[in-house]
Design a protein around this ligand. Sequence first.
Ligand code: SAM
Length: 274
Amino acid sequence: MLRQLLRKGAVEVEGAPERSPLPRERLGHYPRLHTAHPTRWEFPAYLDNPGCQWLQAIKALYAEPITFPASLSPEAGLMLHGLIRNLQPRLVIEVGTFCSVSTHWMVSALLENGYAPGRASEGGAEIHCFDDFGPIRKGPWRDVEMLKGREGWVSDRLTRAGLREYVTLHPGNSSDRIAATRDRLGELGGVDFAFIDGDHTIPGAVADLRAVEPVLNTGGYVLLHDTFPDQCGEHLGPRHILDHVHEVAGGLYEQVELYLSPLNYGMGLLRRVG
Ligand SMILES: C[S@@+](CC[C@H](N)C(=O)[O-])C[C@H]1O[C@@H](n2cnc3c(N)ncnc32)[C@H](O)[C@@H]1O
C-alpha cells in the first residue's frame, strides 16, 4: 500500500509501516529552475512603497548589478524578513554579508518588530555581521566587480536605509571573528538566530556553525543558504551540514528544507532542541 502511494508521488504518513525519508528528488514538491536563467533581479512592484525608507533602500540595492546573483532574491529576502518578524530574535548573527541585501531584510524586520537598536540584553535587538569584505570579482552572471571598499559601501547603504544603528560589522575570517566575539555574544544573552551564508566549502561552513554553537541558545535557529548544490553550483558545505548535522554539530537540531524562487538555491532551517 505504502509503495503504491509513493509511486504516485503521494506520501501517507498515518499507519505507514516504515518511516524512512524519501530522497529529495522524489518528494512531491521539488521545484527546479526550468526557465531561462534570469540576468538581474526583478524587484516586485507590490513592494515599491515610496513611504518606506528601508524598502526603497532594498529596491536600490537590487538595482545594483553587483548584487546579482549572489544576494538573496527578493522572494527569499521576504521569507527571511518574515522569519525574523515571526520568531522575534533579539540577537542575530549573519555570516556572509556580501553587499548587505540579506542584512537589510533582517534588520528591517528587527525595526518592524519595534525593538530599539542595540543592547539585546536589555530589550533591544542587534545584528553582528561577519564577512571578509574582500574583493568581489567578475563571475558567472556577474560582469561587474568591487575590488575594494566593500565594508564602507555596506555601511553607507545601511545608513541610507536608516538601519545602521542595529549593525556591528566584523571584518575578517568569519569563524575566527565569531570565536573572538563569542564572550560578548554570550553576555548579550546568546544568539537567537544565525544566518550562515559565508564560506560554502564543507570545512568553512562547518567551522562557522561550530564557532556559533557555544553561544547559540536552545530554541534558537540556524538558517543555511545554498543547500541544493545541483541548483547553485559546487557549494557543498551547507548541504553537508544538513545531511550530517548530528555528526558535525555539538547540539541537537530539528530541521526543514525550504525551496526558493526564482532560483531554487535552497535553504535549510535548523532549530536547536538540545
Ligand atoms: C553568497 S555571499 C553572501 C550573500 C548575502 N548573504 C546576501 O544574501 O546578500 C558570501 C559572502 O561570504 C564571504 N565569505 C566567504 N568566505 C568567508 C570567510 N571564510 N570569512 C568571512 N567571509 C567569507 C564572501 O566574501 C561573501 O561576501
